[in-house]
Design a protein around this ligand. Structure first.
Ligand code: SAM
Length: 268
């Protein structure tokens, strides 16, 4: 098996196929064998596990996932990487590469087709330009997954795992933590990638909860309230919610705050 963490091997493989790193697709490939080992270990994969990988790149994480899992399906948007992956994954007969934009992938169909309806684990080094959209899509189809272990920009990992009252706690945090338990597992410096990204990274694991962490009577209204509350963090909740077109007048918000023992000028 090719050592795809070796920068010389990466350069060789890329030049063999005339492939350049596509910055616009977030192509920063991992070169740390230790980090890959940690990701695979912390995502708790064994020979019965079905894995969905998003963005295999040249297949460095894929190789390791394939060695531990039952089946790996890797969705890669860049068609120029297909011949590369054919080459680097030639020995991995439990991997299927699908050339698709994950944002357009029919997740239920993919999971039924390749995983027979059994819950899969998502493991990936995500492209940073659409991380939050991918996370929200995975959450939308949470019934198909038991966990999501992903490398993301450190700041995004901190937003997902933020505690209430902290600066980076916002609507995205609430959405993630409503459905998942979030834990940052590893911090990863830029020099562990080629080319090195401008930002630091972190591996976060989201365990999908059996039932949401908060009990709501009307989930849609709950998320409207959350979004409106955090839309302008400098506004008081009374002003944010009464001006949000969700049918809440100032008096209603004030009496709700009062019933909760919260100050009338509190912010989200
Ligand atoms: N897994 C490899 C690694 O760890 O070295 C590559 C990770 S790289 C950060 C992100 C990968 O996602 C790239 O291969 C990129 O082409 C791919 N990608 C970008 N946008 C995508 C999308 N919308 N759907 C699927 N793959 C995408």
């Amino acid at each position: 098996m090719l050592d795809l963490t070796d920068i010389n091997v990466i350069r060789d493989v890329m030049s063999r196929f005339g492939k350049k790193f596509a910055k616009s697709l977030g192509q920063n490939f991992l070169t740390s064998a230790e980090t890959i080992e940690n990701i695979v270990e912390m995502s708790d994969i064994d020979e019965d596990t079905f894995v969905l990988e998003i963005g295999p790149g040249i297949g460095v994480l894929t190789q390791s996932l394939a060695a531990h899992a039952k089946k790996v399906v890797s969705v890669e948007i860049d068609k120029n990487l297909l011949p590369v992956l054919d080459y680097t994954l030639a020995d991995c007969d439990n991997v299927t590469v699908i050339n698709e934009d994950i944002m357009k992938t029919d997740i239920p169909q993919l999971c039924k087709k390749y995983f027979g309806g059994k819950k899969a684990k998502v493991v990936a080094n995500l492209p940073y330009y659409i991380t939050t959209h991918i996370i929200m899509k995975l959450i939308e189809y949470k019934e198909y997954f038991s966990s999501v272990t992903v490398m993301v920009q450190k700041e995004v990992a901190e937003r997902m795992s933020a505690k209430e009252g902290k600066k980076d706690f916002g609507a995205f945090t609430v959405a993630v933590q409503y459905y998942c338990r979030a834990e940052i597992l590893l911090n990863v410096p830029p020099e562990y990638f080629v080319p090195a990204p401008k930002v630091s990274s972190a591996v976060i694991r989201l365990d999908i909860l059996e039932k949401p962490s908060v009990s709501t009577q009307d989930e849609q209204l709950y998320f409207k309230v959350v979004r409106a509350s955090f839309a302008n963090r400098r506004k008081t909740l009374v002003n944010s919610l009464s001006g949000a077109n969700i049918g809440f007048g100032k008096d209603l918000v004030l009496s709700a705050l009062n019933a909760l023992g919260l100050k009338a000028d509190i912010r989200a």
